[in-house]
Design a protein around this ligand. Structure first.
Ligand code: KG4
Ligand code: ZN
Length: 464
């Protein structure tokens, strides 16, 4: 079947067309069209997404993006193939297999006024083409994004359960546990709890942020550092530049710092309690190495000890930030205190105008280290607690290079690790098409969704 999917939950307008087959047992997809209009440039002057503007842009862009996708998939506005597809005897095939068979649309979570734009647009199209509408949960889309591609073909791999998903974006920071495929629950009303009864998996949110989402914290800290929106990639770039510099210094000093972190990392990674020290910076690793050499009684002990003291006091007086809730017994997160700590740090250093570019980069590094350590630590704890076999990391923040390398370390050999491609880590309509298809197939088995979709409403706070 052909499925058209629409995404407008935040500041991206996406319309895709997927050819899908295989049912829930072995779903596979071919991308017939994929178009995404990002509004980033429009929101830059506001330092974040300005909802009224985003809504207006969706209204303006939806027809344009639809037009581009229909053209790519060689379909007309009446949902007919541009050139009729001929059967073996030259006869025209039944129309259902030629045009779009269903429309998937994000109905939450997200900015309600933006979601409404997509929903109203989808409802009108569904009426015009006389095809069913599939309400789709944006977060289920992010989970499924790890299987997708923005072109060509792809399949949904069989997952070993329990599967854990760390969903990290500008609006969410959640740890979601999936133990088995969702059961069909005819007793449950069609729209409320759509995903739980009709979705791909049974979802249990085992932890989430109590205040800001991690992406939101990245964006706010970037603003404090005078960096443009969206802040995640900007902070990450600065942090990476310091890491690279430190790497060079260590290579120059002929330290085997890499070896050191790897071997000690492997040992430390076995216990999540030790993860805090697992993600040592090269500087800290070097410090420890110097200390261990000093303790082993090598020649210039005094020399080393002096060095250690100097480095330690430099660290104390400088840019160390907190790791909120790292020691809490649950799987929840908190990023608002970390963000405030950056605010005070900048104030104590005399304000952003008095901070050198080098210090700015070091603050970015320390912030990224702190935020990622919280994510990695709690994920490792959940993996151990629930004996997780597959880890999915998805949402805009999953594009972070450092996070990916740290996640590789905690899953090594034991847990299958899945990240989306760069193209599908942010918001997109491919993931909505995948989630839409799986929901469609499940729902078709219980007799369709005619009753519920007429009442389809944007649900800003929709949960998995
Ligand atoms: O999933 P997404 O595109 O939109 C939402 O649903 O929120 O996520 C956007 C978020 C923004 O906060 C952005 O700063 C963050 O993802 N982000 C990153 C990186 N790339 C994007 N955060 C950290 N490191 C990155 N490389
Ligand atoms: Zn998103």
């Amino acid at each position: 079947m052909k499925i058209l999917s629409i995404e407008t939950s935040c500041d991206d307008t996406g319309v895709s067309i997927l050819e899908a087959k295989g049912g829930v047992k072995s779903p596979s997809f071919r991308v017939l069209a994929n178009n995404l209009n990002s509004q980033v440039n429009i929101h830059i002057p506001y330092g974040g997404v300005y909802p009224v503007l985003a809504k207006r842009e969706h209204a303006k862009n939806l027809p344009i993006v639809l037009e581009a996708s229909l053209k790519q998939a060689k379909l007309t506005h009446d949902n007919k193939p541009v050139a009729p597809i001929r059967g073996r005897e030259g006869s025209q095939r039944p129309s259902a297999s030629n045009g779009i068979d269903a429309i998937a649309v994000t109905y939450g979570p997200g900015l309600e006024m933006c979601l409404w734009e997509g929903i109203t647009f989808a409802k009108d199209l569904a009426k015009k083409w006389k095809v069913p509408l599939i309400p789709t949960n944006h977060m289920e889309g992010h989970i499924l994004s790890v299987f997708g591609k923005d072109k060509g073909t792809f399949k949904i791999q069989k997952l070993q359960t329990p599967t854990l998903a760390l969903l990290i974006s500008g609006g969410h920071t959640q740890l979601v546990l999936m133990k088995k495929p969702a059961r069909l629950n005819p007793a449950r009303p069609i729209l409320s709890g759509w995903s739980r009864s009709g979705g791909w998996m049974d979802y249990e949110i085992i932890g989430e942020t109590l205040d800001d989402a991690v992406g939101e914290a990245f964006d706010k800290v970037a603003r404090m550092l005078d960096l443009p929106y969206p802040g995640g990639p900007q902070i990450s770039k600065l942090a990476e530049s310091v890491r690279e510099k430190e790497n060079k210094v260590f290579r120059g000093r002929n330290f085997s710092a890499e070896k050191f972190t790897q071997s000690s990392g492997r040992r430390l990674a076995e216990s999540p309690q030790n993860l805090f020290s697992f993600s040592l910076t090269k500087q800290q690793a070097g410090l420890l190495r110097e200390r261990s050499i000093a303790q082993a009684g090598e020649p210039s002990i005094a020399n080393f000890q002096q060095k250690i003291m100097r480095a330690e006091s430099a660290q104390k007086s400088s840019l160390l930030l907190p790791r909120p809730m790292l020691r809490s017994k649950n799987f929840d997160f908190s990023f608002s205190g970390l963000k405030t700590a950056v605010l005070y740090l900048i104030r104590d250093l005399g304000g952003i105008k008095n901070i050198s570019e080098e210090t700015k980069s070091k603050i970015a590094l320390e912030f990224e280290n702190a935020a990622m350590e919280c994510l990695v630590y709690k994920t490792a704890k959940a993996i151990e607690t629930y004996k997780v076999k597959t880890l999915i990391v998805a949402g805009g923040v999953s594009a972070n290079k450092y996070l990916k390398s740290e996640m590789k370390k905690i899953t090594k050999h034991k847990v299958k690790l899945l990240f989306p491609t760069k193209e599908l880590s942010g918001d997109n309509s491919i993931m909505i098409g995948i989630a839409g298809y799986l929901n469609y197939v499940k729902l078709a088995r219980r007799g369709g969704n005619k009753k519920g979709v007429n009442n389809l409403k944007a649900t800003g706070g929709l949960r998995l």
